[in-house]
Design a binder for this molecule. Sequence first.
Ligand code: PLP
Length: 356
Amino acid sequence: MTGIEAVLTVDLGAIAANWRQLAAAGPVAGVVKADGYGLGTAPVGRALLAAGCRHFFVAHLSEGVALRAAIGAGPMIAVLNGFPPGADDGAGLVPVLNGLPDVAAWTAAARAAERALPAILHVDTGMARLGLDAGELERVAEDHGLLAGLDLRYVMTHLACADAPEHPLNADQARRFAAACARLPPAPRSFANSSGLFLGPDFASDLGRPGCALYGINPTPGRPNPMRQAVGLEAPILQVREIAAGTPVGYGASWTAPRPSRIATVAAGYADGYLRALSGRATGILAGRPVPLVGRVSMDLITFDVTDVPPPAPGDRIGLIGPGLTPDDLATAAGTIGYEILTSLGARYRREYRGA
Ligand SMILES: *Cc1c(COP(=O)(O)O)cnc(C)c1O
């Protein structure tokens, strides 16, 4: 058997360049939650560190512990979902405090430790997901003693609609965040995600938190993508078959050849994050030419109509993500967002890391 592995290529040079581009406009962290948006916590973390990044955000405690092992002591690693005092086992992670119960737990830990403990205070300004709600903010604003023992590294909030610049909630959130910060003890602020960094001066802060833009997802939907693409995916053709007009292809016989056709069967499927919703809606690239995906996406296999291109051979690779075929393009075809395409990328690919 030849060429039976699919290859995921991650361009660490592009990720580093994307971070530097955003950092040139103001201080930014690197958001590397969910295994670096599916591209690998350790290689992505080290590439960002080498580019100059000194502040990192993950979602889970375990992601923070893994990142610390990869990048060493020094840089701030904040855990968005928070964690109980002591649970980081000496990894030196900074909790994001998402409500008064979190604040109470960490101030109690600071009292017990008889020293200030670093923390980030999250204020909800319009998502109703995590962060101090209006009532909790009021209590802390009235009594700063509730934060005693905390070394507030940042006060943060998160935008709900940053990818829709005209949405009125953006300006509301900027106003509410400024008002909240004015009532809290003075601390640096952390505000915009990737798209928020493109919304203008009202959304600038002491630490932006870009994620998706680092990985080449367009932070300005509907406008040209200012970021460099960081991911390529190629999967091998297992077989090429000639079928007669009227022959159905794949589960559910959802596609039937309208003419004598040549079908390439390729080793990737929804178990690899090539979403089943792409069935009949995506294209691949074969020797520089687009070829339509036909039939359903199976767990481990997909089929392309290669009738109109020079006949390929088993072992040839079809590009599933690449130049001119971005994660955002796949997302549009699947009815989702580029974030979900990246974070769904499977574990069965051989991963090749380029540049740094
Ligand atoms: C995921 C996340 C980010 C990064 O968002 P992008 O849209 O990927 O830039 C920033 N802040 C918080 C709180 C997040 O959850």
